[in-house]
Design a protein around this ligand. Sequence first.
Ligand code: Z5A
Ligand code: MG
Length: 292
Amino acid sequence: MCANSQPTSLGFSARAIWINRTARHIPGWRIRTFGVKRGRSPRARLKRATPARRRATHRDAPRRDAARAGALSTMSAAGKVAARGAFVLFEGADRCGKSTQATRLVRALEARGVEAELWRYPDRATAMGKMIDQYLRSKSEMEDGAIHLLFAANRWEKKALMERKLASGVTLVCDRYSYSGCAFTAAKGVDGLDLEWCRAPEVGLPRPDALMYLELSLEDAAKRGGFGEERYETTEMQRAVKASFEAMREDWWDVIDANREPDVIQDEVLRIALSAVEKCRAGRELKRLWQS
Ligand code: Z5A
Ligand code: MG
């Protein structure tokens, strides 16, 4: 029997398969499956499921989506590592130039065709951020442990968005993050609120791909103008904050001498950021804070 000749003694299902296979070679034919039992779609399966199974499926959805997003950040459908945006962070004590350099960096990256966004913490625009803002401006009071957790929650509420942006290829340039959170709370010297305690609520957040710590002495910082009116803006507090940053410093941080002309600092910062962007484009895995 030639390959295209019709079988004579086949049952209904086998005949349908034969029609399908044959039709595929005929231009203009729409392929349909006649009488062949197909697997039901997920939606159809869910419709027929018992109420308990349906509830479980919906309950699992966020976990499934998170797992998928995690996988997407490193693997493409073809099983290759996928390009993503870089998470670039500026940290340092007051007036070292974080906001200045973060703003300049976004512009410099965009000028080089890198899609970039400026993020900052605290994000004072959210409901939690508004409470933080009130606290920083001494318009409200809060226990030291409680305000620490609120700063951390302000990062957790934006974690999913951060991951989505990075996975979609946007580079995020961030002005302060968890390191400031830990440095400031630990600097208060409150019993029990040491660095280890401070880190706990931050564990599992996305870890930056590059952390630029702008190093500036208190004396040089003072030359950049007086303190503002916010709660932590005193010499004593800033000294303790610097000590906390020192205690947290890790090998992979880039320590930048911030006592130079802004343009000179920017050149160094841009080199570091572009190197991170390059690595993330090549599929570098997004790590988690303080997880082994
Ligand atoms: N906080 C916390 O407790 N827990 C947390 O989890 C987080 C934060 C995330 C937020 O302050 C406060 O919240 C902060 C920590 C705490 N408390 N304090 N203090 P913020 O981030 O909103 O603070 P800010 O108002 O942006 O100030 P800053 O960050 O300390 O400044 P900066 O961003 O490092 O510096 P700048 O604004 O870029 O520059 C300061 C001045 O220096 C300005 O006049 C510039 O023009 C000048 N400048 C900048 N670069 C240079 C150079 N290279 N040469 C000379 N002059 C320069
Ligand atoms: Mg700033």
